[in-house]
Design a binder for this molecule. Structure first.
Ligand SMILES: C[S@@+](CC[C@H](N)C(=O)[O-])C[C@H]1O[C@@H](n2cnc3c(N)ncnc32)[C@H](O)[C@@H]1O
Length: 213
């Protein structure tokens, strides 16, 4: 298991348009060249954390934010959680995800703009690997809160360095009145035994619920 230059290229992206371009090229090989070869485990940790708080009996609509090729959807399906939509800026990544059959529908849009989704639409918001260097920062949380129902469960992984440098702590303070039951858990991004300069990178799983009125 070694890392690929593609990860450094992804971390160095400057704009949503850069993301669109890179992931258009990466979509077909992402699962094998990146996820399998690097032992990318974050989607499993995130989906497992989500399900632990979600409760199997709870039916509701979930949005996977930055769904990519659908690795979170795959793990949710393993837990028999199926009502999942996938959102991503990359049509090519979403096409790979949708073909796997884990998503009810896909939504191609930019998390850094107003989302084409009505307010209070989703019962759960989940995300792995999207809040990271060169991708999406804390500004996206406002729109995600808007489209979440009161009481909705959020389970978002954030690259630890990005969490510390991009203003997430400040953002969580700003939205403090809009969220309840906040918890932070540090997890490895890659499986034990992965090699390469990113092998020991960490993520923070941020769990909270949107406040009830
Ligand atoms: C590292 S991949 C993670 C994909 C998947 N969640 C996983 O864990 O394998 C990051 C994803 O974020 C998406 N992305 C990057 N910037 C975005 C933006 N501004 N709006 C929506 N999606 C974005 C990319 O297209 C890509 O699919």
């Amino acid at each position: 298991m070694t890392d690929k230059p593609a990860l450094d290229a992804a971390y160095a992206l400057q704009s949503p348009e850069d993301n669109r371009r890179l992931y258009a090229e990466w979509a077909e090989s992402y699962d094998q060249d990146f996820a399998d070869n690097m032992g990318y485990a974050l989607p499993i940790f995130v989906a497992d954390a989500f399900v632990q708080s979600w409760g199997r009996a709870h039916l509701g609509q979930i949005l996977d934010v930055g769904a990519g090729t659908g690795l979170v959807g795959k793990r949710l399906a393993y837990h028999s959680v199926h009502s999942v939509d996938g959102l991503d800026i990359s049509a090519e990544m979403l096409a790979v995800a949708f073909a796997k059959g884990y998503y009810k529908k896909t939504i191609e849009c930019n998390l850094l703009e107003r989302l084409p989704i009505v307010s209070a639409r989703y019962d759960g918001i989940i995300s792995a690997g999207t809040f990271t260097h060169g991708h999406v920062g804390p500004a996206a949380l406002d729109e995600l809160l808007r489209i979440a129902k009161p009481g909705a469960l959020f389970c978002l992984s954030i690259n630890l360095e990005h969490f510390e440098t991009a203003g997430f702590k400040q953002k969580l303070k700003e939205i403090n009145n809009d969220i309840d039951n906040l918890s932070l858990q540090t997890v490895p991004i890659y499986m034990q035994g992965s090699i390469g300069k990113h092998a020991n990178d960490l993520g923070v799983i941020v769990l909270f619920r949107k406040t009830l009125p």
